[in-house]
Design a protein around this ligand. Structure first.
Ligand SMILES: [Zn+2]
Ligand SMILES: [Zn+2]
Length: 258
């Protein structure tokens, strides 16, 4: 996800496809600046190293700061080791800046994550078992606030955390969609248990948004995301009784003005 806040471009999570997504959103990769990681599940970090490396190969020459939970440093250092051959060659042969010097990883816990120029980022530990370091994030700048649930099961403290936000981005799943997803994959019962314990049904995402008093709710991290039998109308119907504000159903490439 790309957040454009008072002229700073902020990448939130780096799942597969993030690099292409940023380019398609019109971002020059060499402008990469700030990255926030909510937790270390692969759909949030698989492309962290590749994104930074691709930006570097595209001419990145300014510092990049990666904020993430404990383990983010190890992930980045592991990526540097895995690409050591290529990185050394490009520094020697192409005169590129030393990649490890360009990137700073700052691991965070709950509370204030960063106070940068004119904005503040705060983290709330959410409930996403078996991951314990999983954080909702709130970005506040010049009187505007955006909150991200990250991955979480229904977690009422999120409502306090997001109170008064101009936009809440919350993950969501559809009960009917899960039945089909579970039927399609091999490890059905186990997968269902994980989904129900670790993610939020759409109606409950609406409850969080209503309790937080936010006017706009964007659903993302949709489960299922790729089932042609479920479209926007299903998501709207799922929230009809729990949220009456402006509902935005997320999809790749969607732009939401603040
Ligand atoms: Zn997750
Ligand atoms: Zn996820």
């Amino acid at each position: 996800m790309l957040l454009d806040l008072s002229g700073r471009r902020i990448v939130v999570d780096c799942g597969l496809g993030v690099t292409r997504g940023l380019v398609e959103a019109g971002m020059a990769l060499r402008e990469l600046d700030l990255i926030f990681i909510t937790h270390l599940h692969s759909d949030h970090v698989l492309e962290l190293g590749p994104l930074i490396h691709t930006a570097w190969a595209a001419g990145l020459n300014n510092p990049v700061t990666v904020y993430g939970p404990v383990g983010t440093s190890a992930l980045w250092n592991g990526f540097l080791i895995s690409l050591a051959y290529d990185i050394e060659k490009r520094i020697e042969d192409e005169g590129r800046p030393v990649l490890s010097d360009l990137v700073t990883v700052k691991e965070f816990g709950p509370g204030i994550v960063a106070e940068l120029d004119d904005f503040t980022v705060t983290a709330l530990r959410v409930d996403h078992p078996p991951v314990t370091d999983c954080f909702a994030l709130k970005f506040e700048v010049a009187g505007r606030t955006v909150a991200f649930s990250s991955d979480t099961t229904y977690f009422p403290p999120l409502a306090d955390f997001a109170r008064g936000a101009d936009l809440l981005v919350h993950e969501a799943m559809l009960p009917e969609g899960i039945d089909r997803l579970v039927a399609r994959t091999g490890n059905g019962a186990r997968l269902r248990e994980h989904l129900v314990a670790s993610h939020t049904f759409a109606a409950d995402a609406g409850r969080i948004a209503s309790a937080a008093g936010v006017a706009r709710l964007a659903l993302n991290h949709l489960i299922p995301a790729d089932d042609p039998d479920f479209d926007e109308s299903h998501w709207r119907a799922a929230l009809a009784e729990t949220f009456s504000g402006e509902l935005i159903v997320g999809r790749d490439g969607l732009v939401i003005p603040l």
